[in-house]
Design a protein around this ligand. Structure first.
Ligand code: EPZ
Length: 427
């Protein structure tokens, strides 16, 4: 298993290009299942989760050509299986995103339950509820979701458009229904829809494939279902990864550096940028992207995670690392997941002063951090440990970096290009 060896403290500066968003790329790859016409995607990030999703589709008979971050073309004209097997699904929850497209195009699907992960149980009951409302018959047996749509007349069983109201905002739940609704019979209205930029990007891809969608980015999305999707004219470039951008912005702020993030957009991260400015960082937008610097003191700023446009839960761990260096006590409330403070204990090993009480963490600073061996537990927690290691005195070994490789392309190269001392070593 790989690890990162980080030597601190350092100050990073320079410019880097933000990769395509993992969380926009995953539903975009799944969207290829909807059409017998090839789907071409640009700017897919070269990360493990994308490789897993491509493997999942290849196993179903999708012909995949091209390599991320170049143009990848997916041809789902000859599907031989509508099953998503456990050994792939258990490594990546987002595999659940094939359920909607398979049901919509083939009237059946057998998808392994994703199982939980470090940050929580992460059920998919709302996905199931939505597809039952659209006419699917779903049984959960032996760890698999067995779904099918009864035939009415000739041809495949076809989902029926419905009003789907989510009791809580679910990003992939919204995306799964959005995908399926494009081929349903009639109109589907998604209420209390997720408003994340990744949902908007997926809608843009589907419209480029010929789907009829309005309201993406608002809490009500309306989809007029079609028999089939005519196909796209040109490749779709997935949007820049706002969470990767926020992670490197936090690296600039924690090290007192100055970094320009090419492709990052402030409007994708309104709450995060507001918190960063309140903490004392300078954030400016130019045509090159987002420039983040800090040369004054860091102030404590409380954050509470919420669905977009609120503060992103995927930048909560990174904020905790930053607040270990702020002059005072800050409060971090995690409202989305039940167990997303696993990074706290590892930050304490580096010398941070963090106390967790249920869904709230209290961070006192500035804490003098000293290099140590720490262990990553999930994707964003591992990023937080690397950020803290950048300002810790001495060497820090961050173990189990495979968590980080799921969602960050070549982090050690990107940080090194900004002047950090980070090396990938056997761990
Ligand atoms: C997406 O996960 C992201 N993943 C997550 O990013 C992100 O943290 C999360 O949205 C919240 O923004 C992808 O887009 C691939 P949810 P998702 O459904 O869709 C509960 C990362 O680090 N819920 O919005 O799985 C759920 O348990 C990852 O890149 C149900 O109860 O999250 C959670 O408490 C981590 N039943 C809340 O809703 C359901 O059927 C929000 O989850 C679905 C969700």
């Amino acid at each position: 298993m790989d690890a990162f060896l980080v030597s601190g403290p350092c100050r990073i500066s320079g410019e880097l290009a933000v990769s395509g968003a993992k969380n926009a790329a995953l539903p975009a790859v799944a969207a290829a299942l909807l059409s017998e016409r090839p789907v071409s995607l640009d700017r897919l990030p070269a990360v493990a989760d994308i490789r897993t999703m491509k493997k999942l589709l290849s196993g179903m008979g999708v012909a995949v050509s091209g390599e991320a971050p170049g143009t990848v073309t997916l041809d789902a004209s000859r599907i031989v299986s509508t099953e998503a097997p456990y050994d792939l699904v258990r490594t990546m929850r987002a595999s659940i995103l094939v359920l909607g497209p398979l049901l919509a195009r083939f009237g059946e699907a057998r998808v392994s339950l994703p199982g939980g992960c470090a940050i929580g149980v992460r059920p998919v009951d709302l996905h199931i509820m939505a597809f039952e409302a659209m006419g699917a018959r779903i049984a959960v047996e032996k760890g698999y979701i067995h779904a099918h749509v009864s035939r009415v007349g000739p041809g495949r069983g076809r989902l029926t458009g419905a009003t789907v109201r989510f009791p809580m905002v679910t990003v992939t739940g919204t995306e799964n229904v959005l995908l399926a609704a494009t081929l349903a019979r009639g109109v589907t209205t998604i209420e209390n829809a997720a408003r994340e930029p990744e949902v908007v990007d997926l809608a843009a891809l589907l419209v480029s494939m010929g789907a009829r969608i309005t309201g993406a980015g608002t809490e009500t999305i309306v989809v007029e279902g079609l028999e089939s999707l005519p196909g796209m004219e040109a490749p779709h470039a997935v949007l820049a990864d706002r969470i990767e951008a926020g992670t490197y912005a936090t690296a600039a702020a924690i090290t007192g550096g100055d970094v320009t993030l090419r492709g990052a957009r402030e409007e994708d991260l309104p709450a995060f940028v507001a918190a960063l400015r309140a903490a004392g960082a300078e954030v400016s937008t130019s045509e090159a992207g987002l420039r983040v610097s800090r040369d004054g003191p860091l102030c404590p700023v409380d954050v509470e995670t919420a669905p977009h446009p609120g503060y992103p839960t995927d930048l909560q761990a990174q904020w905790m690392a930053l607040m270990t260096q702020a002059s005072g006590t800050s409060r971090i409330v995690e409202t989305i997941f039940e167990n997303r403070f696993l990074h706290a204990a590892e930050l304490v090993r580096l010398g941070a002063q963090v106390r967790v009480d249920g869904h709230t963490a209290f961070v006192s600073g500035p804490a003098r951090l000293e290099g140590a061996t720490v262990t990553a537990s999930d994707l964003r927690a591992s990023a937080a440990l690397v950020l803290a290691a950048l300002v810790a005195e001495g060497e820090t070994l961050v173990r189990r970096i495979y968590h980080l490789d799921r969602g960050y392309a070549a982090m050690e190269e990107k940080l090194s290009s900004l002047g950090a001392r980070v090396a990938r070593v056997p761990g």
